[in-house]
Structure formats: C-alpha cells, structure tokens
Design a protein around this ligand. Structure first.
Ligand SMILES: *[C@@H]1O[C@H](CO)[C@@H](O)[C@H](O)[C@H]1NC(C)=O
Ligand SMILES: *[C@@H]1O[C@H](CO)[C@@H](O)[C@H](O)[C@H]1NC(C)=O
Length: 326
C-alpha cells in the first residue's frame, strides 16, 4: 500500500514541477511594450517630420487580457488624417523663458498632430532651449535668427525675423509635397491657450479668426460677425486697422502660406501694431475670414503676461556652488 502511494507520488512529481515552472516563466515574461509616456518619450526630435505618437505594438494574447483588467487601454481607432497644426513660437533668453516654454509644452503635448517651430532670437541655438526641446516629447523644429541691433528698440515690432524664419522653414519643407493639409498659427510663448482653440483652428480652410482675451487694454477683442461673416472689429485700439486683430487671434492654412510665397512680416514701412494687418493684407480679405469660436463669441486664448521677476537679491549673496539651470 505504502509503496504504491510512493510510486504514484514520484510519477506525479515531475508533472507538478513542470506546471510550476511553466506558470513561473509565464508571469516573468516581459509585458508587451506600452505606448511611451508623452513626456521624456523617444520622439524623433529636430528637423524630422511631424510624428504620430507610437501605437502599442505587441501580440494580443493572454498577457494582454490580464493587463487590461487593471489598466484599461484606449481602443485602437482608425485615424482620420488630421491636418497638422504648425505653431510658430518666437522666443528669447530671459529669466522666465524656461517657465514659459514649459507651460506652452504642457499645452501642446495634449494636442494631436502638432508640430512646434520654436525660433530663438539668438546667433546660435542655446543649450537651454535645445535641452528643453529634447525632453519636451513633442515633434519640433528648433530654429534661430538674431534680431538686428537696430530693431531692438522699444516701440518697434518684435519677433519679426523669428516669425519669418518659421514661415521660410515651412515653405521650404513643403516645397515638393503640397498635398498635405496643415494649419499655421503664431503662438507667442507668454499667451495661455485653451485646448478647444486647437480643435477650432484645425478646420481652417483659408484664414480663420477668433477673440483674444486680455488684450488691447480691454477684457477681450473680437471680430464682429454678422450672418457668419466678419464685418468689423471690437477692439481697444485703432479700430481703423484693416485687420484689428492680435497675433494670437488667427490661423492660416498651409495652402495659403504656400500659394503666397512672398507674404512675410515686414519691417520696412510697418507701423507699430500693424504687423498682423500688414501680414493678413497680403494673403486674404476681411470678407474671406472664417469666424471660429462660436461666431467669435468665445475667448479661447488669453494674452497673459508674466510679471517681471525680481532678482534684486541675486548680487547681494554668494553664488551657489552648483550651477543650476532655471
Ligand atoms: C480587454 O480588452 C478587450 C479588447 O479591447 C475587451 O474586449 C475586454 O472586455 C477587456 N477586458 C476587460 C476586463 O476590460
Ligand atoms: C454662425 O452664424 C451663422 C449665421 O448666423 C449660423 O448659420 C451659424 O450656425 C453660426 N455658427 C455657430 C457655430 O453658431
């Protein structure tokens, strides 16, 4: 009796061991790679193209089923071809630069199919901005062009050369492939952008417009709309401008940029505050403008300004022993 029991036990033992080993191997197998987290993700940076976020790869199977029990995954859905939004941001070195760029990147990272064109006012790309972009997790292009010294005076328009460098890059990039849908807008690094704004501008056919908050000495400025057409401007300043609109208040389709290759921001003959009008005059008419944001009755972008930082105590004390980027 005893020996029968023993022999059965020894026959079963290897099978039990095999089952245990198989279960163990199965639980140790690495999970299929997940979509990289948007921040710190290995997007291709620099002069590459606009990239879609990587999709989950890996076999559907037992592990997959186990994983989505605790962590639901978004359903893979067919991607309609979204027009790429190109955001041109002029930027320059100052104490709040990295803070402003961080705020902007945090917004842009939530917008699908956005390509950020960051243009530094500098003779060379700075290390701070290069490092920042490399970790920003956004398809981007890093350009630089210095503002000539003679234009660095109060009262003169700013960022003209930088916006034009962004336009030139865009035109060069699409020289040979005109079919791609895209929308361009000028995203200064101190404004605050609602995510809804990007949904609105993405359907721009030629030139679209919308209200801007906290600008022109008023709570907001907006295009006046009647029967779906822009008929005038609600503004705090020089309503007689052909396009009395802030830089943050319009978007232009890539097609319009490409079919008007000479349209740029002008220095010569341009009066202060006329940048937007001078530019829009070259590519559209008021009648053609497409009102967005519920016929221009919603504010989705604000002309925020960072308070000038107080660094008065910096010279009074010893410098830190480590070098820290701020
Ligand atoms: C796991 O995902 C599959 C396919 O997406 C779905 O059909 C299933 O219901 C999910 N299981 C659980 C427990 O959520
Ligand atoms: C804008 O106004 C036009 C004309 O009054 C109207 O047909 C259209 O539905 C309005 N659009 C929105 C988004 O309210």
């Amino acid at each position: 009796m005893k020996s029968v029991l023993f022999s059965r036990f020894f026959i079963l033992l290897p099978w039990i061991l095999i089952v245990i080993i198989m279960l163990d191997v199965d639980t140790r197998r690495p999970a299929p790679p997940l979509t990289p987290r948007p921040y710190f993700s290995p997007y291709v940076m620099g002069r590459g193209g606009a990239r879609l976020p990587l999709r989950r790869v890996g076999p559907a199977g037992r592990r997959w089923v186990k994983r989505n029990e605790s962590r639901p995954q978004p359903q893979p859905r067919p991607e309609p071809p979204l027009p790429t939004i190109y955001a041109i941001t002029p930027t320059y070195s100052r104490p709040v630069q990295k803070a402003e760029l961080t705020r902007l990147a945090n917004t842009f990272r939530q917008v699908a199919q956005l390509h950020w064109i960051l243009v530094e006012d500098a003779v060379a790309r700075s290390e701070l901005v290069s490092r920042f972009l490399a970790r920003a997790g956004l398809p981007s292009t890093h350009l630089h062009v210095p503002t000539p010294r003679r234009y660095k005076r109060p009262g003169l328009p700013r960022a003209t050369e930088q916006r034009n460098a962004g336009l030139a890059w865009l035109r060069q990039r699409h020289q040979h492939q005109r079919a791609q849908p895209g929308v361009l807008f000028f995203a200064d690094d101190d404004n605050t952008y609602s995510l809804e704004l990007f949904q609105e501008m993405r359907t721009t056919r030629k030139v679209s417009v919308w209200p801007v908050g906290l600008v022109g000495g008023r709570r907001y400025e907006r295009p006046l709309v009647e029967n779906g057409k822009v008929v005038g401007w609600y503004t705090g300043w020089r309503a007689d401008r052909p396009f009395a609109i802030d830089m943050a208040g319009f978007a232009v389709s890539l097609q319009v940029i490409l079919s008007n290759p000479k349209a740029v921001f002008k220095r010569r003959g341009s009066q202060p505050g006329m940048q937007e009008s001078d530019f829009l005059k070259q590519i559209t008419t008021v009648e053609e403008l497409e009102p967005k944001a519920n016929n221009c009755t919603k504010v989705l972008v604000w002309h925020t300004r960072t308070e000038k930082v107080n660094l008065a105590n910096e010279p009074k004390y010893h410098l830190d022993t480590v070098k820290i980027e701020v």
